[in-house]
Design a protein around this ligand. Structure first.
Ligand code: GTP
Ligand code: MG
Length: 368
């Protein structure tokens, strides 16, 4: 059952919070301004001030647009590829190298800063990459139900071989039932030993194609850019097998990949669009934050008016900095977005408060 905080109730009736707290004390109820009152108590108090409490059930789902899935609305979309692997094996370098290669081929202007998600064009179609700073991000995204990844690129340094986090990554990818493409990196290093990497991976049940298995393994170097095209081609090939589609016409749903507060721009979220087309002006809600899409930049930094499924963009216009891994939804209007965000905020505070009061109760009992 829902409730209302003492201060919210006071505000709505135009009564000072302090007075309500005094009134509650008179009813033998100790309360603070943030305390959530149950509907019965709120009703009792409100009636004393000649107000009537209207009980309304609130379901976030009621505010999200209804979508009927129809096969004919589905269109092909680019694969979303997450890079994983042991520390320092070259995940970020590989991503930057791929991006640089595509930038050099496509347009003028260099790369100013690293970003955690971007799309590149290949001869076989576009591919969207996500960099995972650690497996926690991948796991926490999955825990939140955001199964955003279609393919995992497992980066293994040829001079270092299979390491604990390599094995962890394999475990995560297998649990998520996401196909793995292996990039054996740092092939330029004198001590590079790709055969040892393959042997070690085979004992983790990743058997290379050339040994009769079904795992694609591409020897690459982020430093010399060796075989980056071959890696991209294999990713596109793998994606074709998966036949990935989405409905660009429905209200958009996406996932927050990363977010930060930027001077002058406010909260900036990197959003991966999963369904529907995200458009300028759309009312959006993610976690306890809401707003309107005021500006969007694609992964080349260009300002865009819309983003199709399978692509990511930097989105400006949210009321706060969202949490990576959270879903982002387009809703009918900003009022609905605010209502959902406020409701979630209240739920969070409620949970926090009940935790605090439980803790203080425990302390009380521990003392006696
Ligand atoms: P974490 O994000 O910290 O887990 O590391 P990472 O996997 O992103 O590795 P990163 O790209 O930061 O590279 C680690 C080090 O390896 C850096 O010093 C890179 O310059 C170097 N490195 C990456 N790829 C190559 C390569 O192909 N050849 C050589 N020689 N060095 C590389
Ligand atoms: Mg890195």
């Amino acid at each position: 059952q829902e409730g209302i905080s003492v201060s919210d109730l006071g505000q709505r009736m135009g009564i000072r919070t302090a007075e309500l707290i005094k009134k509650l004390m008179g009813m033998q109820k100790m309360a603070t301004a943030n305390q959530i009152l149950d509907a019965d108590t709120a009703e009792l108090i409100a009636s004393d001030y000649h107000w009537k409490v209207e009980r309304v059930g609130f379901e976030v789902e009621d505010y999200l647009p209804e979508v009927e899935a129809k096969a004919e609305d589905e269109r092909p979309r680019p694969p979303v590829v997450t890079i994983m692997g042991h520390v320092d094996h070259g995940k970020t370098s590989l991503l930057d190298a791929i991006r640089q290669a595509s930038v050099a081929a496509g347009e003028a202007g260099g790369i100013t800063q690293h970003i955690g998600a971007y799309s590149v064009s290949t001869a076989r179609g576009d591919v969207t990459f996500l960099d995972t700073p650690g497996h926690e991000a991948f796991t926490s995204m999955r825990a939140r139900g955001a199964n955003v990844t279609d393919i995992v690129v497992l980066v293994v340094a040829a001079d270092d071989g299979v390491m604990p986090q390599t094995i962890e990554a394999i475990k995560h990818a297998k649990q998520a039932e996401v196909p793995i493409v292996v990039a054996i990196n740092k092939m330029d290093v004198p001590g590079a030993n790709p055969d040892r990497v393959k042997k070690d991976l085979a004992s983790q049940e990743l058997v290379p194609e050339e040994w009769g298995g079904d795992t694609i393994m591409v020897p690459v170097s982020a430093k010399t850019k060796m075989n980056l095209d071959l890696l991209l081609e294999n990713l596109a090939l793998q994606a074709e097998v998966l036949e990935l589609t989405a409905n660009p016409a429905r209200p958009s749903v996406g996932a927050i990949v990363e977010a930060k507060l930027e001077r002058g721009r406010g909260p900036v979220a990197t959003v991966l669009v999963q369904e529907g087309t995200l458009k300028l002006g759309d009312a959006i809600v993610t976690g306890t934050h809401y707003g309107r899409v005021r500006a969007m930049n694609n992964s080349r930094g260009e300002s865009v008016k819309e983003v199709k499924p399978g692509y990511c963009a930097e989105v400006v216009g949210l009321s706060g900095v969202p949490t990576a891994g959270d879903a982002i939804n387009v809703v009918s209007d900003e009022k609905a977005a605010k209502q959902i965000a406020d409701h979630r905020g209240m739920k969070e505070r409620q949970a926090e408060l009940s935790k605090v009061s439980r803790e203080s109760l425990d302390q009380l009992f521990a003392k006696t």
